[in-house]
Design a protein around this ligand. Sequence first.
Ligand SMILES: Nc1ncnc2c1ncn2[C@@H]1O[C@H](COP(=O)(O)OP(=O)(O)OP(=O)(O)O)[C@@H](O)[C@H]1O
Length: 250
Amino acid sequence: MHAGTTAPAALFGCRDIALDLGGRQILHGIGLQVRRGEVLGIIGPNGAGKTSLLEVLSGRIRPKHGRVEFEGRDVTALPLYERARLGIGRTFQTPVVPDELTVGETFKAARQACKPYLTRFDAEYGAEVVGFKFAADVPTAKLDALDRRKLLLACLLMRRPKILLMDEPAAGLINSEVDEIDQHIRLLSKDMNIAVIIVEHRIELLEAIADRVMVMDAGATISEGSLAHVLADAKVHAAYFENVVEGALT
Ligand SMILES: Nc1ncnc2c1ncn2[C@@H]1O[C@H](COP(=O)(O)OP(=O)(O)OP(=O)(O)O)[C@@H](O)[C@H]1O
């Protein structure tokens, strides 16, 4: 960076997030920030609170304490659908598409979930970005796991999100399919300048796409930095009990 220039402002982030679920404290003072086009990976052992954090960031759950900020604005009190309208998109670990619909009906439902309704051109745009090529009359029940993920991503992209919160986008996919997801995330972040927060267990995927990685354990952040930095961190090894197997932290 040249002298006198400042780092680009964060697009999205949270401060001091605390969350209780079922009478138990699940998140303890979590803070993070992402800039446009940046990919932040979140890893941590099972039950660390990664999905719960995405629920708070997307607006599905209100935290007990703390703030979620988007473009400098406090959005903590906004529900999921209002955050989606602002440009905060969320994908889920399991790609649930309505099996009784066709591809065309799914796109139509997604278009009509927006106000004002999005157009066919918006749907075509979303499909084009992720290379989703099925005809409108194909039943979604016929799609495999990768194409379901692509369909849901296309439905999100038609809203032109500025940030995507992705929960294990490679879950249930084989290696060649993971490579395709990797390419899509690169395109979305580096070419389209969309910020991405991705919860992911597969180290090889994070190695390919993450600019920074944050490690959670027992509801707190225990390490942060480059992937190499966090993998060398003794606190991270202790959290996983040295349980690093074949490129996947479990
Ligand atoms: N609705 C709920 N009520 C009570 N406890 C919950 C609820 N949802 C999650 N938890 C608990 O919160 C903790 C964090 O769960 P969470 O799913 O966020 O972790 P995670 O890091 O995403 O785990 P995984 O890698 O297994 O998906 C766990 O101990 C879980 O049992």
